[in-house]
Write a protein that binds this ligand. Structure first.
Ligand SMILES: Nc1ncnc2c1ncn2[C@@H]1O[C@H](COP(=O)(O)OP(=O)(O)OP(=O)(O)O)[C@@H](O)[C@H]1O
Ligand SMILES: [Mg+2]
Length: 272
């Protein structure tokens, strides 16, 4: 079998720890409690894609994309250099975008379209913005805008990066459905030509994921955490690669700093 093509995470030390990057076509989950750097990891991954010439689909349920751009800029990543289109916009794209953003407005619009379509068909149904069906349709829509698919629900004809920040939003009111939804999404989006980074939130108190499932079916898990701030009296972040298919990855943890102009900076952990 051919060696897997490696896809850069945008963070040098992390790529090294992954034998060059994430194997192309993987579905990777970044897990962790609030403020550990999951969204910033997504920005690095997307930005590395833009620099490499990959089309990018960026789903953000947490922030409006303009806030993602502003945050990224502080950390040395200038997304405004690349043609962007948001699915929530009323106007058609003026040029072929390299990154298509799906924020909550985009999801609402797609949910409305799906609800309208269902009215015309026999089984009337209301689609919620934060439902996996809506998400899958929105991703397909984004592929069309990027001109990387030739047919409805087709596989991309070239390599695409997919970011979903965060998945937890899709089962926040029904965590028992997490596993089913994760499977549904994986079946719909897992392709040789799609390298995906998804985030999943952990409850800081119990260290449990909101819902369960994503980590089991993912090809890779990057876990991020913080030492107990009441004990250390400062924010100390860490990252570890828990799994990555086809990769003899580093097994040690890293200390993580978030530095202005640079973003995530990883160093071998101090405590070992
Ligand atoms: N310009 C900056 N310089 C240094 N650190 C920053 C800067 N901007 C943000 N940070 C740090 O990054 C943290 C946010 O990281 P991020 O948004 O990636 O967390 P997250 O894991 O996505 O959290 P959540 O689960 O709440 O979405 C902030 O709390 C702050 O500590
Ligand atoms: Mg976040």
């Amino acid at each position: 079998m051919a060696e897997a093509q490696r896809i850069s995470t945008g963070i040098e030390e992390l790529d090294e720890a992954l034998e060059g990057g994430i194997p192309q076509g993987s579905w990777v989950v970044a897990t962790g409690e609030p403020g550990v750097g999951k969204s910033i990891l997504c920005m690095h991954f997307a930005y590395a894609g833009l620099k490499a010439g990959d089309p990018v689909v960026y789903v953000t349920t947490e922030q409006e994309f303009k806030d993602v751009i502003a945050q990224a800029k502080q950390l040395g990543m200038d997304f405004s250099k690349y043609p962007t289109y948001s699915l929530g916009w009323r106007r058609e794209p003026e040029e072929l975008p390299q990154i298509v953003v799906v924020d909550i407005f985009g999801l609402l619009k797609v949910a409305r379209q799906l609800t309208e379509k269902a009215k015309e068909a026999e089984g009337a149904r209301r689609y919620a913005a934060l439902s996996v069906d809506t998400l899958i349709e929105a991703i397909d829509e984004a592929y069309k805008v990027l001109e990387v698919v030739e047919e409805e629900r087709g596989s991309p004809t070239r390599h695409v990066r997919l970011v979903i920040d965060s998945m937890s939003a899709f089962w926040v009111d029904k965590p028992v459905m997490a596993r089913k939804y994760s499977y549904q999404l994986k079946i719909a989006t897992h392709r040789d030509n799609v390298t995906a980074l998804l985030t999943s939130q952990y409850a800081p108190t119990t260290r449990q994921a909101y819902g369960f499932g994503l980590e089991h079916i993912a090809d890779g898990v990057i876990h991020m955490w913080m030492d107990d701030v009441e004990t250390t009296k400062e924010v100390r972040r860490h990252l570890i690669i828990k799994k990555m298919r086809m990769t003899n990855h580093a097994r040690n943890a890293f200390d993580v700093e978030i530095e202005p102009g640079k973003g995530l900076v990883l160093r071998p952990t101090r405590s070992s």
